[in-house]
Ligand binder design. Structure first.
Ligand code: SAM
Length: 307
């Protein structure tokens, strides 16, 4: 089962009161959602969103009570989904990015190079594009860019080349086939005495591409701010530097009045700040949490408040 990351820290910073409206944009197994439900009490309401139907089914079976509304949706449509459900002036939004342990551990979801499964990686299984589509149809150049940009993989070019060579013999359809191709190009990495599988970054990159994760986050953030009421708070937990960079720079931009270049004598952009940054530095899990839940090791929590 999925262990929620930075749960106490996130809930504490959201400062919810009984009767508040709150949104969990990435419900998963419902750990954070449950904490929101407890914080807003019977008088409040929680909107629990996830794009994965199977995750919502699990969350629904755990979270009881009539004050939780579940919605299968991509948070890229959060404003529409929230307003449709009467969530207009919300006190808190939580976003816990990435994939859940259930998604990773279920071999047939195709997210993990540790088990043999069909190369799927779709969070929403109704979506057409899967990892098979990406690996078997994208050009060498596009694959290289994806591995370099979304995986920050130094051997991106060599991996893309090896995939194209393999494709001449047949399709790459399973996680172990792809992992083997990557392992044939990148040597095992030894970090602090721990062996890192060479396929790690390539799998992350393909997952990001299949689910359009970074662009979804970028376009959801302004919508989330517009849903918050004054002094409402947003808490975002990210798991790699690409996500964290987007959150950090969005918060920074929204905490500033004018975004014009310094050489402009007067403001031409009319941008007005909408957020106050609550966490100057991201909150990281403590040693205890990292020991109990290795998945939390790379987590970073950032919180901001609507002004
Ligand atoms: C790390 S898990 C969340 C775990 C959850 N906070 C808990 O405590 O159980 C991330 C979840 O977000 C969902 N997700 C990721 N991107 C999404 C998006 N753009 N829209 C909606 N859900 C998304 C995934 O399907 C996954 O279930």
């Amino acid at each position: 089962m999925h262990k929620s990351v930075l749960l106490q820290e996130a809930i504490k910073h959201l400062k919810l009161k009984k009767g508040d409206l709150a949104i969990d944009a990435t419900t998963g197994a419902g750990g954070h959602t449950q904490a929101l439900v407890a914080a807003v009490g019977k008088e409040g309401k929680v909107l629990a969103i996830d794009r994965d139907k199977e995750a919502l089914k699990i969350a629904r079976s755990i979270i009881r009570g009539e004050n939780t509304i579940f919605a299968q949706a991509n948070f890229v449509d959060i404003e529409k989904v929230a307003r449709k459900n009467g969530f207009n002036e919300v006190s808190a939004i939580i976003v816990d990015l990435g994939v859940s342990s259930m998604q990773l551990d279920q071999a047939d979801r195709g997210f993990s190079f540790k088990s043999r499964g069909v190369l799927d990686m779709r969070m929403d299984r109704n979506q057409e594009k899967s990892a098979i589509t990406v690996i078997n149809n994208y050009s060498e150049e596009s694959l290289k860019d994806i591995f370099a940009n979304y995986g920050e993989e130094k051997r991106a070019k060599a991996v893309a080349k090896a995939i194209i060579a393999y494709r001449k013999k047949g399709q790459i359809e399973t996680t172990d086939q792809l992992a083997e191709v990557v392992r044939g190009v990148i040597p095992v990495i030894n970090r602090g005495g721990k062996k890192i599988d060479p396929a790690t970054k390539v799998f992350q990159a393909i997952r990001i591409e299949v689910n359009d994760e970074l662009k979804s986050l970028e376009s959801a953030l302004p919508q989330m701010v517009s849903l918050l009421k004054k002094e409402g708070r947003i808490a975002i937990i990210s798991f790699h530097s690409l996500e964290d960079r987007i959150v950090k720079s969005f918060f920074k931009k929204e905490a500033k009045d004018c975004l014009c270049p310094p050489e402009f004598p007067i403001c031409m952009c009319n941008h007005r700040k909408s957020l106050k940054i609550v966490t100057r530095r991201p909150i990281l899990p403590g040693e205890k949490e990292k020991g109990l839940n290795p998945r939390s090791r790379s987590a970073k929590l950032r919180v901001a408040e609507k002004i």
